[in-house]
Every structure is written in structure tokens, then in C-alpha cells.
Design a protein around this ligand. Sequence first.
Ligand SMILES: Nc1ncnc2c1ncn2[C@@H]1O[C@H](COP(=O)(O)OP(=O)(O)O)[C@@H](O)[C@H]1O
Ligand SMILES: [Mg+2]
Length: 364
Amino acid sequence: MKILFIGSRLYDDVDWYVKEKGIESVLTESNENAINLDLPDQVFIVPRGMDGPKQVALMQNVDAIIPLIGIDPPLIDVAHMKEEVEKEHGIPVIAADVRAVELTSNKIKTKEFYNDIGVVTPNYQILTSPDELTLDFPVVLKQGEGQGGKDIKVAKSIEDVNEYFNDFNQALCEEFIEGSEISIEVLGFNGEYVALPPIYKGETTIEGTHPLNKVKTGPCMVKGLDNNLVQHTAYKVAKNLNSDGIFEMDFMYSPKNDQLYAIEVNTRPNGTRYLTTATCSVNSLCELINMAIGEFSLANISDKLEYYYSTEIPIGNYEGPSPKEPVKSFAYNDFVVHGPEGYQRVTARANSKKELEDLVDKLT
Ligand SMILES: Nc1ncnc2c1ncn2[C@@H]1O[C@H](COP(=O)(O)OP(=O)(O)O)[C@@H](O)[C@H]1O
Ligand SMILES: [Mg+2]
């Protein structure tokens, strides 16, 4: 079995699994100074875009292609490449297709999609000028595209909206939801979908603090919110997207309205994955590989499922005890350190809340 991976930045997360499975690895990367280029069996430096990876896949006669791309902009090119390569060359590409990327890469289209399939999302308006606003303050202003909180502002007054329009001439304006932020990963392949346990990412704040900068925990334990509802809703969204790969979804729960709201979908490897793996032992990136090698199934996922208490803490630079090899695997560790220097995070798990507290004390 020979697999082409596109992009090296996340490759160290799966290298141990590729080796464990005896897979021959080929990797393409556009940046010759990127990390992890020493790990795969073969590396090809190619120009940006999907032509290079496609040529390498054909030349190397690979059995499958797995894009490991953690940012939004290339996803649409990947999706077009997937459709072409699967149709013309019969090589599976484990990624979302064009329709799924078009629906999810733009927050406005995603909201229309939620409405079409009957999934509740915060009320919204598309503003082309501040005086069109009819929602009550506070409101959240966003652009169609962006990740990590980019171009997002919580507006408390019309002055804030005016200020936002100094930089933009249009906005997705959403009612501000006071409550808990929840993320969940859904894995999809060949019409089968499995929603993994939801993760708690903190409370929304009027400053619009992004969950990237908060302490997160798994499994999600939010008073009044049934995790089955989150999993069922996420499953419904994924089934309607009807595509392959990882679907990470953001939700919010308002205790005041006792309502779960769908916020956005990312069809790529995402920041929730370490906590998901810590909590239930299913690793979404490894499952992409299982999809490629014919080992992804609901039964196989069920067999792996475990139940741990877990947490993820932004830590800057990790200075605690060294993890065991392979350092990115919870199979051999009760914690994983990840992220670039200065922005590292540690994700830890234990059998009880008390043991988790003790472990976190030891690590931080
Ligand atoms: N309707 C909302 N109510 C309250 N907070 C929000 C709302 N929408 C977004 N936020 C805050 O902004 C963050 C980023 O918004 P999101 O739509 O998920 O965009 P991104 O793609 O940047 O993650 C959310 O995680 C949340 O903290
Ligand atoms: Mg988000």
C-alpha cells in the first residue's frame, strides 16, 4: 500500500501510524524549508496548487491520496483535484468534494445550508451598510471566509458596526449567543458517518475571545445539554454534506433559550482532534488513513472507543516531562504536546477528574 500525503506540516501526527501499518509514504510539499520532510519515505517539492501532487500521484502509482491541509484556502482546489483524479484515474482522494467545500468554506452559504436542512443557527442578516441592521445588540460581525477568529468582531453598539465597515463593505451579522462553545468531529466515508464525542471549548465572551485561547475539556459536560443531541445534529449535517473525510463542527448552547445552535463546519484536520483522541481514543487523522486502506468502518470505530476525562491547555513552551515514543500517540502516552514553539498546547487525559488534575499539575 502506497499513499501520497499532501502537505508536511501535520505529517508528524500520523507518521507513527503510517509506519505501524507498513504503508509506503510519498509526500508533496511546496515549501522546501517546511517541517517533517525527514519523516516520509519519499518527498517531492512541488509548486503550490494541486497539479504537482496529481503528477506525483500518477508517476508514483499511489493507491490513495490523503491531503493533510489544516487551512481553508486550498480546500477547493483539493476538492476539484479529488473529483478529477477519482473519475479519470480511479485513485481515491480522502477529502471533501466540491459541493461540501463550497457549502462549508463560506459562512453565509453554511447558514443557508443549515436553514435548508432544518438545523438551528443563530439569526442573521447580510449587511451592506450599518443602517440596515435590525438585530438587537450585541451582534457578531463576520466575513464569509476566515478561520481562527480572523475578521470577527462582537459589536455592542452602532459605533462598533460603523468601525467594522471602515475595513469591510459587507458583513455577515449574527445574533450574539451567550453560552457554551462546543466542537465535534464527524468522520465520513462512502456514505457512512460517525459523530465522535463533543468537546467543550469554554463560554462565549463579549470580547469574542477565540477558543484557541481557552482551556478546553472532553467529553463535553454542559448543564442542560444532552451530548446525544449534539452528536445527532452533527450526524445530520454530515449526512447532508454527503462527502468524505473529517467534518469538524462548531456549535453553541444557550442555557437561557435551551437551544443548540450550529455555527460552522470545517472539512479538514482541525484543532479539536487532539481532545477528541484524548477523550475517545479515535484519531481523526489515523482514520483518514484507515479510509484509504479499507479499514474504516463503524464497527472498527466502536471497537476503539474508550472514555477518558481530558483537557487541553495553551502553554506557550512546554517544559514538563518528556513523552514516550511515538510522542504524538495517546496509545503510548497520557498526554500529547503540539503546536509551534511559543504557541504550544498540551492535551492530557486520565480515568477520573481527580487523576486528570494531578496529571495537569505534573505537566504544567
Ligand atoms: N453568534 C455568536 N455568538 C457569540 N460568539 C460568537 C458567535 N459567532 C462567533 N463567536 C465567537 O467567535 C469565534 C469564531 O467564530 P467562528 O464563526 O467559529 O469563526 P472562525 O472560523 O474564525 O473560527 C467563536 O468561536 C466564538 O468565540
Ligand atoms: Mg470556529
